[in-house]
Design a protein around this ligand. Structure first.
Ligand SMILES: [Zn+2]
Length: 246
């Protein structure tokens, strides 16, 4: 039993961010899964395979920098039917220069769109940057680029949010993120993937938003993936072991 199975067994529809835009009248029970591929895109590929084999499609956000942007992997994940989105940090990369940021954004979207249909994006938090990457939108209108922002353009208030930052699903204390991504205050006791499964099994909320960073699961990837889909464990484990052990 894993997170995906727990969600499906409890009657949740597991889906992408894009679906929320495509189906504005969508109703629960719903689990939206977003993966921010900060680095180690191979882990994201393994996760994408495991999800596909478990019968669900989710969203994968890639950065423009080489540690994340892998053309072959982006193409493969898109071809599976998962959503590929843009994990932007142009404001930081451009040194907070509006003209450079505009060129960076346009160029990076074009590179990604050569590989996959891109309709949504979400911010990468550049930890060493003095300015939030969303500051770019004080100067540039992203509607000009025919793309939606997964955080700014959706109302996450009805959602309970679980993120894997810090290797647990606990998101208490991140009050600013609660405003953006949904409320974790009803789920303060949820810290592990087992807790998430129990939460879903009891259907404690009709709207759940799960965000993961596949690279954080490098030493837990096998657990995560086999939990998701025991039937395909043998093949998946082989792939994962190759990835994990290099
Ligand atoms: Zn990120």
């Amino acid at each position: 039993m894993g997170i995906i199975e727990a969600a499906k067994d409890a009657g949740y529809r597991v889906t992408t961010v894009k679906t929320l835009f495509d189906e504005p009248d969508i109703s629960g029970p719903l689990v939206v899964i977003r993966h921010d591929v900060d680095r180690r895109p191979g882990n994201a590929l393994a996760m994408a395979h495991a999800e596909l084999e478990a019968g669900v499609l989710t969203s994968y956000y890639f950065r423009s920098v080489p540690v994340s942007f892998d053309e072959s992997i982006i193409r493969q994940i898109a071809e599976m039917g998962h959503e590929v989105g843009y994990h932007y940090e142009d404001w930081h990369l451009a040194g907070f220069d509006v003209q450079k940021a505009r060129a960076s954004l346009a160029g990076n979207l074009e590179r990604l769109r050569a590989l996959a249909d891109i309709s949504t994006m979400c911010m990468h938090g550049s930890p060493l940057s003095s300015q939030n990457n969303m500051t770019i939108w004080d100067h540039i209108d992203y509607a000009d680029y025919n793309v939606k922002d997964a955080v700014l353009d959706l109302d996450w208030a009805p959602y309970v949010y679980f993120g894997d930052t810090g290797r647990t699903f606990h998101s208490g204390g991140a009050t600013n993120l609660r405003d953006y991504l949904g409320d974790a205050s009803h789920a303060d006791d949820v810290r592990t993937s087992a807790d998430v499964m129990a939460f879903l099994g009891e259907r404690r909320s009709e709207h759940v938003h799960i965000s993961t960073h596949p690279e954080r699961w490098s030493d837990n990837t096998i657990l995560w993936a086999t939990q998701w889909s025991r039937d395909v464990a043998a093949n998946t484990v082989k792939r994962m072991l190759k990835l994990v052990r290099g």
